[in-house]
Design a protein around this ligand. Structure first.
Ligand SMILES: C[S@@+](CC[C@H](N)C(=O)[O-])C[C@H]1O[C@@H](n2cnc3c(N)ncnc32)[C@H](O)[C@@H]1O
Length: 258
């Protein structure tokens, strides 16, 4: 079985995989945070936007100018197609958040749904934060969420052994969490089927490894950066996060700009 880049073969299946995720509410949550902490915000950069669901919903509000980006060109292709179909005014770009080479500045940069957990080491998180600093306006905010051990412990059972089909593609997912090293691994086996679906034409494997961070670990990483913590929110609310939060959304400002 061929091993392929993360999200290259999964891209056409991604929205099926996420069909139970309420992206509109997620976009409303990001909007609520922006309005709470930076109501003058106009220009927004989304990192790791996937197939663009949050960016497209955020655009519906009508008051942000949005550039949405992702490492995977295949995810960006799906996002562009969706934006076209939904008449959304969002620009999309392939971009590695460890190498942000954009000649623009933004009022807000954000990233959602555990994308930062793809960074395996403290120094990679620091590098990403430094990259963001280059394109953040004075007074700008960086908002991102990360998944904690509690989330992995809760999710691993229902994520394991999941399968689904879209057109001529079928995937099967196994999910395991190594609680000692705090590594969550989702392995997707993706089959390309013949038109009548009777034959498997090819099979690909994507192995997604995410490092899971505790709140304490993430705050200690932040201390090594020029960022200042404006707020930490737990579980889709504007309530202060703690070690019992499954997903934590951080709101940061760059101290250099204060
Ligand atoms: C779990 S998906 C989340 C996608 C989207 N934010 C959503 O809510 O559906 C993680 C995304 O992170 C992206 N990603 C992983 N590493 C990245 C990197 N170094 N730079 C930019 N995007 C990255 C992947 O391509 C993938 O689209």
């Amino acid at each position: 079985m061929k091993e392929s880049d993360n999200y290259s073969n999964l891209a056409p299946l991604y929205d099926k995989l996420m069909e139970n995720v309420d992206y509109e509410s997620w976009a409303d949550y990001i909007d609520e945070i922006i309005q709470e902490h930076h109501p003058e915000c106009e220009k927004v950069l989304e990192l790791a936007c996937g197939t663009g669901s949050v960016a497209i919903s955020l655009d519906e509000l009508g008051y942000y100018e949005i550039l949405a980006s992702d490492l995977s060109p295949q995810m960006i292709e799906v996002a562009k197609q969706k934006a076209l179909e939904q008449n959304a005014d969002v620009r999309f770009q392939t971009l590695n958040f460890l190498n942000i080479n954009i000649e623009e500045e933004f009022d807000v940069i954000f990233s959602v749904f555990d994308s930062v957990n793809y960074l395996q080491t403290d120094s990679e998180i620091i590098a990403m934060l430094e990259e963001c600093e280059k394109v953040l306006k004075p007074d700008g905010l960086f908002i991102y969420d990360f998944s904690t051990p509690l989330n992995s412990l809760e999710a691993v059972d229902y994520l394991n052994n999941e399968e689904a089909e879209v057109k001529d593609l079928r995937f099967f997912r196994t999910s395991e969490y190594d609680a000692i090293n705090k590594i969550h691994t989702n392995t997707f086996e993706i089959e390309q089927l013949s038109e009548d679906k009777k034959e498997i034409l090819s099979t690909f494997k994507e192995v997604h490894k995410q490092r899971i961070y505790t709140l304490e670990e993430m705050l200690s990483i932040l201390k090594q950066t020029p960022y200042h913590l404006v707020a930490k929110y737990g579980d889709f609310d504007l309530i202060d996060a703690d070690e019992n939060s499954a997903r934590i959304t951080l709101v940061l400002k760059c101290q250099k700009h204060l």
